[in-house]
Write a new protein. Structure first.
Length: 387
């Protein structure tokens, strides 16, 4: 579409009636409607004068006329239509083929011989600057992948598509793909395991033209693995954080041009494996103390809002069990050798109550006898009052 000019054949037969034998001339949009066009040559503006493709075998001249109507463009043809299509860029149109009989050498619009509805997907050019902006603005710095997504992923299936392998950029965020979760838009978009619901792909760049760019997301520590090998490795590793790099390449002759790196970005991908109830039970039994002594200064300096009473007399995600500045952090045996900061001001790393605990799988509370019904500020005030 970008190289189409007027006068030129690109819009011939679109929103205008012309002889049916001209249906699929070289450089015409309507040429692409024929299945035979997939294996036929094309030249922009018909410059190579490739032979027209017959819409019907041994079609007699002057017997039929046709038009292809593009919804939303009525009243536009020739240069006006071409200008509108270029202005709209990447867009899908509902279209209708109409074939008429002839009368006195002209189209007889009262004699509709054949009709068919179809979709026409036109692709506009997407500039490198637009791709770079999309990578910078539309992707996350940190991606948290729910444990169930990884656990239920199968191969063949889309989960690892585009990871450690180069594929077209328009497939970046298909349903059930790990890379879908990289887009900020995924937070409010539906997901189905293995793409079973066929939810629409999310565009990494608005109105991205097809075939213009390719991409890969490299996961550090998994190089050389892709498809089933990669999925097996990710499941084996379970809960783990990976350094990842998005790489977007330009295209050349319809393939990825790896020498033309258009955009790149580093991010963290946190994959969560399943943690079994038995592992949780063992963690509670083995990793927690029977008696916890809380230094007076910890309680004295605790403020609200602040993390000190989080998870006490209230249910919160289990992965938050031992955050910096939390009373429940001190329950873990590992806290004896771990740093502490009042109110979590130093943002010291949380301590895992269970090794490689998957996020969102379990919740917890620590009930303090004699303080039931109190939480947050009320609980903190009571604890300070009790001394």
């Amino acid at each position: 579409m970008d190289k189409a000019n007027f006068p030129g054949p690109f819009t011939a037969g679109v929103n205008q009636v012309i002889p049916y034998e001209f249906f699929a001339g070289d450089g015409m949009l309507t040429r692409l409607i024929l299945k035979a066009s997939d294996k036929a040559p094309w030249s922009d503006n018909g410059s190579a004068k490739n032979p027209a493709l017959p819409p019907v075998e041994k079609l007699g001249k002057g017997l039929y006329f046709y038009e292809v109507d593009l919804a939303g463009t009525q009243g536009k043809s020739d240069k006006e239509l071409l200008d509108l299509l270029k202005q709209n860029g990447t867009q899908s149109y509902k279209a209708t083929i109409k074939v008429y009989g002839a009368k006195d050498g002209k189209a007889d619009l009262t004699n509709l011989v054949a009709t068919k509805d179809l979709d026409v997907n036109l692709n506009g050019l997407t500039t490198p600057a637009e791709v770079q902006k999309g990578v910078a603005d539309n992707t996350k710095d940190t991606v948290d992948v729910p444990a169930t997504y990884l656990d239920k992923a199968n191969f063949p299936g889309p989960f690892t598509a585009g990871d450690n392998q180069v594929i077209p950029y328009e497939f970046f965020a298909g349903d059930g793909m790990l890379t879908r979760l990289i887009l900020k838009a995924s937070d409010k978009a539906p997901w189905s395991d293995n793409g079973s619901a066929k939810n629409p792909a999310l565009p990494p760049v608005e109105k991205l033209g097809k075939g213009l760019y390719f991409y890969e997301v490299d996961l550090a520590g998994t190089q050389g693995k892709s498809d089933k090998d990669l999925l097996d490795l990710l499941k084996q590793n379970g809960t783990q954080s990976y350094k990842a790099t998005i790489k977007v390449y330009g295209a050349k002759d319809g393939k990825a041009d790896l020498s033309n790196l258009v955009a790149t970005k580093d991010l963290d991908v946190n994959l969560n494996g399943l943690t079994t109830p038995a592992e949780v039970q063992k963690g509670v039994a083995d990793n927690t103390k029977d008696t916890v002594d809380v230094p007076a200064t910890y309680l004295d300096k605790a403020n609200f809002p602040g993390p000190f009473t989080a998870g006490v007399n209230q249910v919160i995600p289990y992965e938050f069990f031992a955050g910096d500045g939390m009373l429940t952090r001190l329950i873990l045996k590992a806290s004896d050798k771990a740093p502490w900061s009042d109110n979590g001001s130093a943002k010291n790393p949380a301590l895992p109550p269970v090794e490689k605990l998957g996020k969102g799988l379990y919740f917890y509370e620590v009930d303090l006898a004699g303080t039931q019904g109190k939480s947050d500020k009320e609980l903190l005030d009571l604890l300070k009052q009790n001394g």
